[in-house]
Design a protein around this ligand. Structure first.
Ligand code: ATP
Length: 292
């Protein structure tokens, strides 16, 4: 096999609670994520040696700092393969947008190299390798939805939600996750609401689960970045419900009842200069069904 094309999905946090700061500086979280159809494309091609990255988006590094580069380097070293890879990245997921784009690209690179070099490593091994690259990488090996704890590396598979229409909108700024955590003043928090939502998702009560959507980081983001607050308000007025900032933002998602309404709302945002798409939550992670 010489080349493989991978679909690298984004995630939204339907629930995100921060439980406290750990001694190692990371935050202990409890989260429920769903993967979405808003995806990047990653094309890997075998080379005899070295790792190269091609990406058009100026916000994405094209050297060793790129998460795909780091993933490839880790996997090649870990496997002892004498070979290299050229990586082409087509970005659609907003960069530094709270949708885990870089982490997803890293997971896709691990998955693709496993195929390209015929390693036959199981998903569990790639997941554990992924956790060395970043807290959000392991979740991108889930089938569609996941319950996440620890600093993000403890991923428990959940039954995928029956697809829901979303409008995903980005006010065109980048927010560093670290800066949001620095601003966060935590009250006493618990995992209880996360477990409640997890139970509802597991028993297929998606509507009830969606009524529990929550993001502890949202108030910090809305206060520090008024365009995000305006965007949330606008989505609510256009009929989306619930509407929530994903992760550390600034991407905002709104749940819509039907495709038609979702597409209409996305178009009206695009017409006013805001990057927005209508898409669904994913029932099956496209990464896991990549054709060899
Ligand atoms: P995080 O929670 O890690 O900040 P995010 O979803 O908000 O995740 P990403 O799109 O993953 O944001 O980008 C975070 C940073 O990672 C960006 O500043 C970007 O320069 C860098 N980066 C490295 N590799 C990639 C990649 N393949 N795609 C996107 N960003 C990348």
């Amino acid at each position: 096999m010489k080349q493989v094309t991978l679909t690298s999905p984004s995630k939204i946090n339907l629930f995100l609670e921060v439980l406290g700061r750990r001694d190692d500086g990371y935050h202990e979280i409890c989260s429920i994520v769903a993967l979405t159809e808003l995806c990047d494309t990653i094309i890997l091609e075998r080379r005899t040696s070295g790792i190269t990255i091609r990406v058009r988006d100026p916000k994405v590094p094209s050297g060793p700092d790129n998460l795909c580069h780091r993933a490839a380097d880790l996997l090649l070293r870990h496997s002892g393969i004498h070979g290299g890879v050229s990586i082409r990245i087509e970005k659609h997921i907003p960069v530094a947008g709270g949708m885990g784009g870089g982490s997803s690209n890293a997971a896709a690179t691990l998955w693709g190299l496993n195929l390209l070099y015929d390693l036959g490593w199981p998903r569990e091994e790639l997941t554990s390798l992924g956790s060395e690259l970043g807290s959000d990488v392991p979740l991108f090996f889930c089938r569609g939805a996941a319950f996440i704890r620890g600093r993000g590396e403890r991923v428990e598979e959940l039954a995928a939600l029956t697809p829901r229409w979303l409008v995903i909108a980005n006010p065109g700024m980048e927010i560093s996750t670290a800066s949001v955590y620095r601003r966060l003043r935590l009250p006493l928090t618990s995992e209880k609401a996360g477990f409640t939502m997890r139970g509802l998702v597991e028993s297929g009560q998606v509507e009830a689960a969606l009524s529990h959507c929550f993001n502890r980081l949202e108030d910090v983001v809305l206060e520090a970045y008024p365009p995000v607050a305006n965007l949330k308000q606008r989505l609510l007025l256009l009929g989306a419900s619930p509407v929530l900032v994903s992760g550390s933002g600034p991407t905002v998602f709104g749940v819509m009842r039907e495709a038609k309404a979702a597409k209409r709302v996305a178009s009206s945002l695009v017409e006013s200069g805001i990057a927005a798409v209508a898409c669904r939550t994913l029932e099956k992670n496209p990464l896991l069904t990549t054709e060899r």
